[in-house]
Design a protein around this ligand. Structure first.
Ligand SMILES: *Cc1c(COP(=O)(O)O)cnc(C)c1O
Length: 228
């Protein structure tokens, strides 16, 4: 087995164990392979080993890989910070955006989503770590933002995304992810998606209801930003 196939098997085993531990159906947890800084060849290996959904943070880098991998039926997710001047490319070339945290960006994505494509799936990134994190909508602003986004014609609001402060304390992980789930429940909008959990905390995220875990390091190894 290639290293990536081996890593995928290990991550899938962690996901299964985490779902089993809280009696969740494992098919309700989806694996998003976070491929930022990794070459197209690594994504091709992951595809060969069965993965279809890939998450990218940097538009230019993502577009280059999309062109290189155009022969594969991949599903692309944008998960990084979004500048206004990048929305058109995102609207045209991705199926999901996990990192929407303000209405202006959502409005542009809706206006720029091509008619021939299905609505763009959206998660609102919420900031559940207060001062510690700068991206993400404040919990107090979430209901108004969620209702405004759900009214936009070319978007489908699916749920929430969060990147809590990293910690090795399971109780702290659980508390942060539980807060995201409670915020989603509080909206009472029938949303089906919680995008939360990364390589170090996927067990906690799954215990608290994650439907997408976004995994980079555990699949592809450590990232080397000096080469990026
Ligand atoms: C890089 C990144 C991940 C993956 O993190 P790992 O710790 O490498 O699994 C997940 N989500 C977002 C938004 C990221 O930027």
């Amino acid at each position: 087995m290639s290293t990536i196939a081996d890593n995928i098997a290990q991550v899938e085993a962690r996901i299964r164990a985490a779902a089993l531990a809280v009696q969740r159906d494992v098919t309700s947890v989806h694996l998003l392979a976070v491929s930022k800084t990794k070459p197209a060849a690594a994504l091709r290996d992951a595809y060969a080993a069965g993965l279809r959904d890939f998450g990218e943070n940097y538009l230019q880098e993502a577009r280059a890989k999309q062109v290189e991998l155009a022969d594969l039926p991949l599903c692309w997710h944008f998960i990084g910070p979004i500048q206004s001047n990048k929305t058109r490319d995102i609207a045209e070339h991705f199926a999901w955006v996990h990192s929407v945290d303000r209405l202006k960006i959502a409005q542009r994505l809706s206006e720029q989503r091509p008619d021939g494509l299905p609505p763009l799936n959206i998660c609102i990134q919420v900031n559940v770590s207060g001062e510690a994190s700068k991206s993400g909508c404040a919990p107090a602003d979430l209901p108004a933002l969620a209702h405004a986004i759900s009214a936009l014609p070319r978007l489908t609001l699916r749920g929430l995304m969060a990147i809590p402060e990293p910690t090795d304390e399971r109780a702290e992980q659980d508390a942060a992810f539980a807060k995201v789930r409670e915020l989603q429940e509080g909206l009472n909008m029938g949303l089906d998606t919680l995008s939360m959990g990364m390589s170090h905390d996927l067990e906690s995220a799954i215990a608290q209801g994650a439907t997408w875990v976004r995994i980079g390091t555990a699949l592809f190894g450590a990232r080397d930003y000096s080469q990026a």
